[in-house]
Design a protein around this ligand. Structure first.
Ligand code: TNX
Length: 526
């Protein structure tokens, strides 16, 4: 649905008013602040119609839901900040003040979309599937004052504007990657990040589980990988690893946020931790030492060694058994110590192993240098160029592309030269640079229909704490999330910057250590 000119102007004015009101402090309680509906939502919805009314959540409000988990998720957040009891009823019956319903949604919303209606009696979210209800809940939370995200009781009123939002994603793959290898992160740290990502309708979590500096997942058939290969990290710290139960807990937690885990074992390069753990995996039978620096491209599995494929097969087999999602990511990037012919041989064999374990291949786009991957594969573009001929050829043969151009999508690039964390090899990436590209029309020879979606990788050579993760991901991750979800027709830097600014009070309430980019007018106090 088109946005009319006058309404757009009105929204700009009301948004500004909302920001001013937000700056008046928690006690101001001005119902008019909610009039900013609906242009506070990131990612921008497909269509939105405000009807000029408002609705205030009464203290006796109830929640009904056709999906128990999503109802419980919403009620949990609302109870904490409003202090209201918000009793939850699951299943059929009279709709509650807030009703999450799996009936009546238009077919156009698809598996992940929803229709959200705010009327005089309350809020109705309708979806075809539970994922749609969950995404609709995220939009609802963004229509409420930002302090709704606080873990402690805040003063109301809890007012939102009346109207209807119809919404569904542009792309099916909207990912974030976390590198656990350069620095180790605990289950709790990753679950915290999952919760933050879920707010922006991210639906894939790519975990980079092995690299030169560490191996982070226990593999029963090769126990030294984690026990020894996981015992350090960049800078020489103690590292760590997840047990298989830890990994399964993260997979289940992600699923509760409608997010699919994609595990990555990077190979044939980026394998020093594995080579250090087992001498017999090395061509010369000698294990290198553990590595705690930040160079890339110096390690390679031994392509001519039969044991290499026994090893890869067993590792992938255990991971496949633990992973309900469709993809196993085999890395394949920066294999600087593997000859081109060895690389082709190796990637071809490993792709067959992934297929044999019933999974689809995902790899960095370098895997297209080894020819077109098997049907159903995803190749992840990471370079700073706008053309990648071998990738375009694979795409023409059916490989779908996930877009992570490092000069726009890498969450480990510095915002500017004063940024203490991060790297600069792909350039500086402030918010507007993160937002200013079209994933569906970026690579020469790769058409929109060949693009599966976007992903924001966070490499962790310089990232150590959850505060560091927050600082690099926010506010850029929401920009990427919008490129992945919202129709291109909504793309507007000025409008986005205003909507992004409206997230500041939410992150403040949650304790997210976000970067206060000077490109954004953050509301006072956030
Ligand atoms: C490149 S691009 C890498 C990673 C590094 C990252 C640092 C790619 C697929 N690999 O090994 O961590 O740069 O920005």
């Amino acid at each position: 649905m088109a946005r009319s000119g006058p309404r757009r102007l009105l929204v700009v004015v009301l948004t500004a008013l909302g920001l001013v009101c937000a700056g008046l402090g928690a006690g101001a309680g001005r119902a008019t602040a909610a009039s900013a509906f609906p242009d506070t939502v990131v990612p921008a919805p497909v269509s939105e119609t405000a009807d000029g009314t408002t609705f205030t959540l009464p203290s006796g409000a109830t929640v009904t839901s056709d999906d128990a988990d999503t109802g419980g998720y919403l009620a949990g957040i609302l109870r904490a900040s409003t202090g209201y009891a918000l009793p939850l009823t699951v299943g059929a019956g009279t709709p509650g003040t807030i009703a999450l319903s799996l009936s009546g949604a238009p077919a156009s919303v698809g598996p992940e979309g929803y229709r959200l209606t705010v009327g005089g009696a309350g809020v109705l979210i309708q979806a075809q599937q539970a994922a749609g209800l969950f995404h609709g809940v995220q939009t609802l939370l963004q229509l409420l004052p930002g302090k709704v995200m606080s873990p402690t009781v805040q003063p109301g009123p809890w007012t939102l504007a009346g109207g209807t939002i119809l919404d569904y994603p542009r792309f099916g793959y909207r990912g974030a990657m976390l590198d656990l290898a350069r620095h180790f992160f605990t289950v709790a740290q990753v679950e915290r990040y999952i919760d933050e990502l879920a707010l922006y309708k991210i639906n894939y979590l790519h975990l980079h589980l092995s690299d030169d500096q560490g191996w982070r997942i226990a593999i029963n058939s090769w126990p030294n990988l984690a026990a020894y290969g996981g015992s350090t990290e960049v800078g020489g710290g103690a590292g760590g690893y997840w047990t298989q139960a830890d990994y399964s807990a993260v997979v289940a937690y992600a699923a509760s946020r409608f997010m699919t885990v994609v595990p990555e074992i990077d190979m044939p390069g980026h394998t020093n931790a594995a080579l250090a753990s087992y001498a017999q995996l090395n061509c010369d039978g000698t294990a290198p030492g553990l590595y705690t620096g930040t160079n890339v491209g110096f390690s390679s599995l031994c392509v001519s060694l039969p044991l290499t494929y026994t090893f890869v097969d067993q590792v992938l087999g255990e991971l496949a058994a633990l992973t309900p999602g469709p993809y196993l990511h085999i890395g394949g990037d920066e294999a600087g110590s593997t000859s081109a012919s060895d690389y082709t041989t190796f990637v071809g064999k490993v792709e067959q192993l992934v297929t044999a374990h019933g999974k689809s291949v995902m790899g960095w786009h370098d895997i297209a240098n080894a020819g077109t991957p098997p049907a159903g594969a995803l190749a992840q573009f990471w370079d700073t160029t706008t053309s990648a001929p071998n990738l375009a050829a694979a795409a023409a043969n059916g490989t779908k592309v996930v877009m992570s151009p490092a000069n726009h999508a890498y969450l480990d690039m510095k915002y500017n030269h004063r940024t203490k964390l991060g790297q600069t090899w792909a350039g500086l990436v402030d918010v507007n640079t993160a937002y200013a590209w079209d994933p569906g029309d970026y690579l020469t020879g790769v058409t929109g229909s060949e693009v599966a979606g976007v992903e924001g990788p966070l490499w962790t050579e310089t990232i150590v704490t959850s505060a560091d993760i927050d600082y690099m991901a926010f506010p850029r991750l929401p920009a990427l999330a919008e490129l992945g979800w919202s129709p291109w027709s909504t793309h507007d830097q000025t409008a986005f910057d205003a909507r992004l600014g409206a997230q500041g009070p939410r992150w403040k309430a949650m304790g997210v250590n976000y970067y206060h980019s000077t490109q954004i007018a953050w509301p006072a106090g956030s």
